[in-house]
Design a binder for this molecule. Structure first.
Ligand code: ADP
Length: 472
């Protein structure tokens, strides 16, 4: 099959969150199964220079987005047998960060249309276009409303994956024509509650809709999780399914990871403790094997459940633990972490930054990893932590529920600790349970082994995507 994977971020070029991991690893897994997979992403100025140098300029052309005649450059790169097309337009993509600009609607309308416009330019008409999240949600909409009757586009099928339903690409309906270049006859496809909703348009127009875990696929049919889209999804339930994400087992590998101090494996995990010592030293914390190190890596947002720490932090800090938090996000949560760093400086560190190498050091150097997300479509951090032999403590929602199996001390099965209701006291109880397991040598050994021995590769999930591609 010929598959075009459209995303706003993809490793190795650019990553903001889990979508970047998925768009880097899933195409690679599909290529290994014999498919012709190409990925298209924006050519952001924030892509590192060393990676930009790997991209070859192909050509440029112009196309219309509404009344605007837009420049569209195409760069090409090949990584692990996956062909990447990078869409160049300095007006839209020469910015400080991939998202969060005042004109994101226009930037990603341009990108979504470019995904379709480049096909004859690069002479690649795929069987399937796989679009992801709101940034590329307009691809299936443009395909159905502006491209279907053009030669080559007639039989392309579309899959739309929801990685996070919280961000839907919502704007005022008044920009439908001026920004998106769509006529009033298209309004009903994208209109939701009086707003223009890009994700809603993709759900309407795609042949299949997927999300990134089985549990989350059910959860988003409920208003508590759906951010308003549940009636639309419920009516299109026949085309909705959930496929759990994997991780790139080559990139996240404690046997070879260049970012960590000492390598170890499931059969010889002893040297993991050297990473803990290195982490303690780097953070300026007491170097002591007998203090459990608790780590967190992730966006500091409400979705990640960080508000649960407000009422319990004082209590938690009475435990004999050390804690490190790496992340950026909402100002109040960043400031809370900074406050904890100052208030409990003998045991707590807040690293308010984005650092891929520090993240790896935390995955490898921690004993316990916290992910109390309020909702979690799939979550990758808990998978990475298990791969690195770190005990995950998670709220049992979405992908966290599907991937973290509670440890049973009676028979030594399970790979983590979870709590059922989104409640601060329950989180504290779960952390204490994890600490208790860590202190029991046999239990510690079993839970670490179960986590590290798990198969979190894309192998099985890539087959499930292929089944969906074939079915449509
Ligand atoms: P989400 O996609 O909701 O942000 P995931 O758990 O699915 O959450 O994926 C987050 C990914 O981004 C993980 O690979 C995690 O290690 C990484 N990450 C998040 N914040 C940071 C940070 N501050 N520094 C380095 N890596 C980070």
């Amino acid at each position: 099959m010929k598959i075009l994977f459209a995303a706003s971020e993809a490793l190795p070029f650019i990553k903001v969150g889990g979508l970047g991991d998925v768009a880097g690893a899933l195409p690679k897994a599909l290529v290994q199964k014999g498919h012709d997979v190409r990925v298209v992403i924006p050519y952001y100025s924030s892509i590192k220079q060393s990676l930009r140098e790997k991209c070859n300029y192909i050509k440029y052309f112009y196309f219309y987005l509404g009344w605007r005649n837009c420049y569209c450059g195409i760069f090409e790169a090949k990584v692990d047998d996956v062909t990447y097309y990078l869409i160049d337009n300095e007006y839209y993509f020469r910015r400080n960060a991939p998202y969060g600009e005042f004109d994101d609607a226009e930037r990603f309308a341009f990108f979504s249309k470019a995904v379709l416009e480049i096909l004859p330019q690069v002479d690649f008409f795929p069987d399937i276009i796989h679009a992801n999240d709101w940034h590329t949600a307009m691809v299936p909409v443009y395909l159905d409303t502006q491209f279907r009757w053009r030669e080559g586009y007639e039989y392309i099928k579309t899959v739309f994956s929801i990685h996070n339903i919280e961000f839907q690409g919502k704007y005022g309906m008044e920009i439908l024509g001026s920004v998106f270049g769509l006529g009033d006859d298209c309004a009903k496809l994208v209109e939701m509650d009086g707003c223009l909703n890009m994700m809603k348009g993709a759900i309407e127009c795609s042949n299949a809709v997927t999300t990134v875990s089985r549990t989350y696929a059910n959860e988003i049919l409920d208003p508590y999780f759906s951010f308003g889209l549940d009636p639309i999804l419920a009516a299109r339930r026949w085309k909705l399914s959930g496929i759990v994400n994997g991780i790139d087992m080559d990139v996240f590998n404690p046997e070879t990871d260049p970012a960590i101090a000492a390598h170890y494996s499931v059969d010889a995990p002893e040297d993991k403790v050297l990473n803990k010592r290195a982490l303690q030293q780097e953070l300026g914390l007491p170097v002591d094997d007998n203090i459990p190190m608790v780590g967190m890596v992730g966006r500091l947002t409400d979705q990640k459940g960080l508000t649960l720490f407000y009422p319990i932090m004082e209590e938690l800090m009475k435990e004999n633990i050390q804690m490190v938090v790496l992340g950026t996000g909402y100002a109040d949560l960043e400031n809370f972490m900074r406050f904890c760093d100052a208030a409990y400086h003998d045991k707590f560190r807040a690293l308010i930054t984005f650092s891929a190498s520090m993240a790896q050091k935390i995955y490898a150097g921690s004993d316990i990893f916290l992910m109390p997300s309020k909702s979690e479509p799939c979550g990758l951090a808990q998978l990475i932590s298990m791969r690195y032999g770190t005990i995950p403590v998670v709220h049992a929602v979405g992908g966290l529920k599907d991937t973290v199996i509670p440890f049973n001390p009676m028979d030594g099965t399970g790979n983590g600790v979870n709590f059922q209701s989104f409640n601060a006291g329950d989180l504290l109880g779960a952390i204490r349970r994890a600490i208790a397991i860590w202190w029991q040598p046999d239990q510690r050994k079993a839970i670490i082994h179960n986590g590290m021995a798990g198969d979190y590769s894309w192998n099985v999930s890539a087959d499930e995507y292929i089944r969906i591609y074939e079915s449509i």
